[in-house]
Design a protein around this ligand. Sequence first.
Ligand code: ATP
Ligand code: MG
Length: 251
Amino acid sequence: MRRIAVVNQKGGVGKTTTAINLSAALAVAEKRVLLIDVDAQANATSGLGIDNREPKLSTYEIFMDPERTREAVQGTSVKYLDIIPASLDLAGLEIELIDSEAREARLKRAIEGLDSYDYVIMDAPPSLGILTLNALVAAEGVLIPVQCEYYSLEGISKLTDTLNRVRQSLNPGLEIFGVLLTMYDPRTNLADQVAEEVRKYFSGKVFVTMIPRNVRLAEAPSFGQTILHYDINSRGAQAYLELASEVISRG
Ligand code: ATP
Ligand code: MG
C-alpha cells in the first residue's frame, strides 16, 4: 500500500484537483484507492459529489478515535475509489488536540490497520498546521503540486524545512514522491521559465507530466464529478491519466 500526501501550504495550487483526479485515474486503472480528505474546506469531498452535511463519520472522527476508520470509509460513484470525507469539525481540531499526546500521529494510527488499498491519497489543507503534519506523518511519500506562475517557489523552502523536521522526528522514511507542475499554459514564456526553475530546484523529482490550465478541470467539481467522468476527452483528463501511469511506474 502506497500512502501519498498531497501537500503545499500555498493555497489554490491544485492540491485537491490533483487528489481527486489522480485518485480517479488510479481507480480507472483498477488500483484500489482510498482518498482521505484532511481539509476542513472539504473540497475533495464535495468535488466527488458527497454531501458533507449528512451526519456521517468523517476524518474528524478518525482523528478522535482511530477504531472508527473502517466505519468512516464510504464508497463513491467511481469503482475502486473510496473516500473518508471531511467535515467542518476539522477546523477546530488544532485547538482540541493542543494538549493531547502523539497529536501528530493520529492519522497514522487511524489508517494503520487498512491493508486493502493499493493507494491511500491524502488531500492536505493550505497550511503547515496539525492536519498537514498528520498527513506527513501518515505518508510514505509527498506529492507537491506547484503552480506554473511567479512566486510559485516562494514558501517551498519552508515546506522542505518542514519535511526535514518530520524526517528527523516522526517519520524518518518520508520521501518526496514527486513534484507536479500544475496550471501549465504553454502559450506563456513564464510557464516554461517556472517549470525550468522547479526542475532545477527538485532535480529528478518532477513528473514529466504537466497539468495544463484547463477550464474543464475547474468545472468538474461543481457537478460532483471527476474530470474522467465529466469530460474524458479534455486535456485535463488526459493529463491526469498520464500522471497516474507515471505514479504507477514509480512503484
Ligand atoms: P486550497 O489550498 O484552497 O486547498 P488547492 O491547492 O486544493 O486549494 P484546487 O482547489 O485544486 O487547489 O484549485 C484551485 C482552483 O483552481 C479551483 O477552482 C480549481 O478548480 C482550479 N484549478 C485547479 N487546477 C486547475 C487547472 N489545471 N486548470 C484550471 N483550473 C484549475
Ligand atoms: Mg484543496
